[in-house]
Design a protein around this ligand. Structure first.
Ligand SMILES: NC(=O)c1ccc[n+]([C@@H]2O[C@H](COP(=O)([O-])OP(=O)(O)OC[C@H]3O[C@@H](n4cnc5c(N)ncnc54)[C@H](OP(=O)(O)O)[C@@H]3O)[C@@H](O)[C@H]2O)c1
Length: 304
């Protein structure tokens, strides 16, 4: 079980990654302290109801982060990024570096930082990916037991509005026969729980994390099956990529192999035997968002 009865401090606990980590660490028996911006928000209240100790503050508030780290065993660090529209790439870098530096100063035994699987030997040219590469480099130079996880693209992204599901099509980065790894957000916490349980094994390591490997054609097939009607798959049309530099760059990165993912799914399944396939995810956690993306609540016909 736990190496210590001291809590793990989770950043972003009201968000996707941090929320997944809180759920899994609570299940594993860790006391949790969450660093939240608004103690009164419904998500903060839900954390409190689940037995989480809440500390209020923002990433800009060094004194509050330092206070939140008092008496803490481990830290899960994740920062918002520029595509969310609220922070700049420089903010993300500053926040990630501050959490890492304060973890050292506070004598934290194990820091787990969530990066991206796009980080490699060279920068990508995309600010919100390269900020994570810089935070990784900073952490790797610090005198602390740290584990870096590099998540693949979230399955949750695929069922956000705008990829064409409401028009019986699905457009994404991959060519129909091109592979890309995907990650169910619920699996993040399970990996992180396994990492906190084995600091000697994972300290100093960088681990790509993913739940499944799919192709564009496979996505179309699973969506078709789940919708009960044909969903046509195609890569984003050239005219869309020509007018959207953000999508163009991500598509180029996939073609270069930078976003395709190299996670060892067999090894990850040993850490988390409940690893989600895309098909099983869309039948369960992804089902509601998928139905919403289809634009009709009656379209669900998936038989698990
Ligand atoms: N691999 C992928 O496909 C993928 C997809 C999306 C995102 N990401 C990466 O994941 C990271 C974001 O994680 P996420 O998706 O879990 O985020 P999320 O769901 O958007 O949640 C953001 C969390 O950060 C908190 N937060 C925001 N600004 C803060 C501040 N100034 N001080 C303290 N807390 C603050 C939010 O708290 P409130 O509740 O107060 O807002 C929330 O808990 C980004 O770096 C992004 O690049 C990766």
């Amino acid at each position: 079980m736990t190496a210590s009865r001291k809590p793990v401090l989770v950043f972003g606990a009201t968000g996707r990654q941090g929320g997944s980590v809180v759920t899994a660490l609570l299940t594993a028996g860790w006391p949790i302290r969450a660093f939240v911006r608004d103690l009164t928000s419904p998500k903060s209240q839900a954390l409190r109801d689940a037995g989480v100790d809440l500390v209020q503050g923002t990433f800009d508030d060094t004194d509050m982060i330092r206070a939140a780290m008092e008496g803490v065993h481990g830290v899960f660090s994740v920062q918002p990024s520029s595509p969310g529209g609220v922070v700049s790439d420089e903010d993300e870098l500053r926040f990630g570096v501050a959490v890492a530096d304060l973890s050292v100063e506070s004598g934290i035994k194990h820091l787990v930082y969530s990066s991206t699987n796009a980080v490699g030997d060279t920068l990508t040219g995309m600010g919100h990916l390269d900020s994570k590469a810089r935070i990784e480099a900073h952490i790797n130079a610090l005198p602390i037991t740290a584990t870096i996880v590099r998540p693949a693209s979230f399955m949750e992204l695929l069922v956000m509005p705008g990829f064409g599901l409401n028009e019986a099509r699905f457009n994404f980065f991959a060519k129909p026969n091109q592979s890309i790894q995907l990650l169910a957000v619920e699996d993040i916490g399970k990996f992180v729980a396994a990492i906190f349980a084995q600091p000697a094994r994972f300290g100093g390591k960088t681990l790509e994390i993913a739940s499944d490997t799919v192709t564009g054609a496979h996505l179309g097939a699973v969506f078709t099956e789940a919708a009960g009607r044909p969903i046509t798959y195609a890569r984003f049309p050239d005219e869309v990529l020509a007018t959207n530099p953000f999508l163009r760059k991500l598509t180029d990165l996939l073609d270069e192999g930078r976003l395709a993912g190299n996670a060892d799914l067999d090894a990850l399944r040993k850490l988390n035997p409940e690893l989600r396939s895309f098909r099983s995810w869309i039948a369960a956690s992804g089902r509601e968002a998928f139905r919403a993306a289809l634009g009709t609540a009656d379209a669900w016909a998936y038989k698990a």
